[in-house]
Design a protein around this ligand. Structure first.
Ligand code: GLY
Ligand code: MN
Ligand code: MN
Length: 465
């Protein structure tokens, strides 16, 4: 964990922002998969980790702003627990490491919250995504589980988003540790991918690398020769000569900070001319984005400039046509890139998404668009120094979507449906990096992972710079 000062200072700032009341932070519990004692790998709740640092299940925490108390509720291991799971430091000793002096038993939380509710004090909590936590809040507050998220505290959400959005140097270092793992995951995949093997032979090892070097993957791996399916978790295709495989994967550092990197790999080690042309259009879009990112700029505008570059590239190839500014304004390019350019990243790979995407990526200055494509942009607001976000343009040929748009003659002035017939079995290309916004612009985080056509082809041959 970080130093005691980091966690104490985060809580001090939170109290200043929220001003009054009692804040409850439910920690995560173990979750079973096929019978009660067979549990998934434990993952602590990210905001709990951010303010309380303890990576153990079965804890809840409270910050009582009015009375100046910070309490962790949880129980020490019994002798039986120790027989099966080993000895653990006392909770009070772990709490001291994060600057918390008061520890009470798990059961004492109910009485504490009841007394706060009875004295009509404001009780704040964040939106919840695990049923155990929803049930806990239902039992503590007497709010029906279906309404728990409706009564989450907007004041608290905004305060947590404000803090967690700005990454400190030690957080950036953790993210770079995660990207170091991504370097190995991606270069392994480049070297090992070849015709005649199943996708799972690569994705399984890539996942193992994440576990062997850190805390495992930050989201289920996407590795597919059907990269046109944006979140394709199926790994059962036999890879063929001439295919390209999209690998979108991320690792967690030992302190659970994420990476999120995508590379597109020619299965036989060499891109065809056609694949190269699409790949370079996506790479140019990425470079446009990286040159535009700086504080004060709306990420929505960066997205629009990047997709404009992509659309220019597609026009050069005869796939798009007409006035490209108009095409982007009308959303015609979204046939090829239906998703947003990127999202915040930190303790969650889609950072703080559970608190509400619009709280994280939008504000009173900018509302989410309803246009197809742009509506999926998770981050639209003005960039600030300290943000860490992804830049992940892509180009996809999605047969069902193309068929539908063609049948409706949609954007017929901007899309050359005849030429598109040559791309129906192309698949997709995505290139994703993780970026830190500094005072002047941005920097791509971590050890550079092969990205140009030449560097990826070299890596496929085992040649790394
Ligand atoms: N891992 C999905 C994404 O890139 O956002
Ligand atoms: Mn990704
Ligand atoms: Mn991403």
């Amino acid at each position: 964990m970080f130093s005691e000062k980091t966690y104490s200072e985060r809580r001090r700032q939170l109290k200043q922002l929220v001003k009054s009341g009692v804040i409850i932070f439910p920690g995560n519990k173990e979750v079973s998969f096929n019978y009660p004692a067979n549990e998934y790998k434990f993952r602590q709740e990210s905001s709990f980790l951010y303010y309380f640092g303890i990576d153990k299940s079965g804890l809840n925490a409270v910050i009582d702003i009015d009375e100046g108390r910070e309490i962790i509720f949880g129980d020490d291991f019994s002798l039986d627990d120790m027989v099966w799971m080993g000895d653990l430091p006392k909770l009070a000793d772990q709490a001291k490491l994060v600057g918390i002096k008061e520890v009470q038993s798990e059961n004492a939380l109910a009485e504490f919250v009841l007394s706060a509710v009875n004295s009509k004090r404001k009780v704040h909590y964040l939106p919840q995504y695990r049923h155990d936590s929803i049930n806990l809040l239902e039992s503590l507050l007497g709010i029906n589980h279906t309404a728990i998220n409706k009564y989450a505290s907007n004041n608290l959400i905004k305060a947590v988003v404000a803090q967690r959005s700005i990454k400190s140097d030690e957080e950036v270092a953790e993210i770079e540790n995660a990207i170091e793992i991504s370097y190995v995951m991606n270069t392994y995949a480049m070297m090992a991918t070849k015709p005649g093997i199943y996708e799972r032979e690569i994705s399984g090892v890539v996942e193992g690398i994440a576990l062997s070097m850190g805390e495992g993957i930050s989201f289920p791996i996407i590795y597919s020769v059907h990269g046109e399916t944006l979140h394709n978790h199926y790994h059962g295709n036999l890879m063929q000569d001439g295919d390209i495989a999209v690998l979108d994967s991320g690792a967690e550092s030992l302190l659970h900070y994420a990476s999120d990197i995508t590379r597109t790999i020619p299965v036989n080690g060499k891109f065809s001319e056609k694949q190269k042309a699409i790949y370079n259009s996506v790479l140019n879009a990425s470079n446009t984005a990286l040159s535009e990112i700086k504080p004060g700029v709306l990420f929505k505008d960066v997205h629009l400039k990047a997709v404009r570059t992509l659309a220019e590239g597609l026009k050069d190839l005869g796939i798009m046509k007409g006035d490209i500014d108009e095409a982007v304004k009308e959303g015609a390019h979204a046939l090829f890139m239906p998703h947003g350019l990127g999202h915040m990243m930190g303790l969650d790979v889609h950072d703080m998404e559970g608190l509400g995407e619009n709280f994280v990526g939008y504000n009173t200055e900018i509302k989410r668009s309803e246009q197809f494509g742009l509506a999926y942009l998770r981050l639209g607001r003005k960039l600030e120094p300290g943000f860490v976000l992804t830049v992940e343009p892509g180009c996809y040929f999605i047969p069902k979507l193309i068929e539908k748009w063609k049948s409706e003659s949609k954007h017929i002035d901007f899309i050359n449906y005849k030429e598109l017939e040559n791309y129906l079995d192309f698949g997709g290309v995505r290139i994703e990096d993780d970026v830190y916004v500094d005072f002047n612009g941005c920097r791509v985080l971590g050890k550079p992972i092969p990205k140009t056509v030449e560097d990826v082809e070299n890596a496929c041959e085992g040649i790394l710079k």
